[in-house]
Design a protein around this ligand. Structure first.
Ligand SMILES: Cc1cc2nc3c(=O)[nH]c(=O)nc-3n(C[C@H](O)[C@H](O)[C@H](O)COP(=O)(O)O)c2cc1C
Length: 189
């Protein structure tokens, strides 16, 4: 459908049975009626290297940047690894942060969620990511979503106690997005 706003899901886990991938999939289903969903493949993004960057963004990085450019909202679903976010996600964000002070996340609402088997819903990962994203966008959604106690999926889906957390948070995120004036369409005269 033409002229629909985009939402990009960045999933910081590469494993097939990832609970964060499942959460992103269910978020995409919730938002898919109103938004065009982009789910770039982070497995093909090379480790950030300024020499590679100088030679020209690799294909997977270009695809990532196009997805984000076509999106008003970017949602990060991060596992917590050793009290922080995943290297996969941080690496993708490092590419998106370039060029310095003109990165792809500027002007985009960025939101952060984390699903974990533990009881804290990745609070350290979310906190670290808030810090990182806070310097890369002027539209950070400061209300992060922790999805705790997800020990296994039910036929590929989050169990109900976890799935139920997504819609209210996503609806709050979209309300936040819609509350921000679209400067491109604001009469500046
Ligand atoms: C290397 C590694 C480090 C981890 N460190 C943490 C941690 O610090 N805190 C936590 O709650 N879970 C930790 N976990 C457990 C992950 O939260 C769990 O494996 C989760 O399912 C990963 O997300 P995914 O299912 O989306 O892949 C760790 C897992 C791995 C593999």
């Amino acid at each position: 459908m033409a002229n629909r706003e985009g939402v990009t899901m960045l999933v910081g886990s590469l494993r097939e049975d990832s609970v964060n991938r499942a959460a992103a999939k269910q978020a995409a289903q919730h938002l898919g009626h109103d938004f065009t969903i982009h789910q770039p493949d982070l497995s093909q993004i090379p480790l950030f290297d300024q020499d590679l960057e100088h030679a020209g963004d690799p294909e997977a990085v270009l695809a990532l940047k196009v997805a984000v450019a076509e999106s008003a909202v970017v949602i990060c679903f991060t596992p917590e690894y050793n009290y922080s976010t995943s290297g996969v996600l941080k690496n993708a964000i490092d590419w998106l942060s370039r060029p310095f002070r003109s990165g792809s996340l500027i002007g985009r609402v960025v939101a952060i969620a984390s699903a974990t088997p533990g009881s804290k819903g990745g609070e350290n990962a979310r906190e670290h990511l808030l810090q990182t994203c806070g310097v890369l966008t002027d539209r950070l959604y400061s209300v992060t979503l922790g999805i705790p106690n997800v020990t296994q999926l039910d036929e590929g889906a989050l169990p109900d106690h976890a799935a139920d957390l997504l819609p209210p948070w996503l609806d709050g995120l979209i309300t936040f997005h819609r509350s921000i004036p679209d400067l491109a369409h604001t009469d500046q005269t």
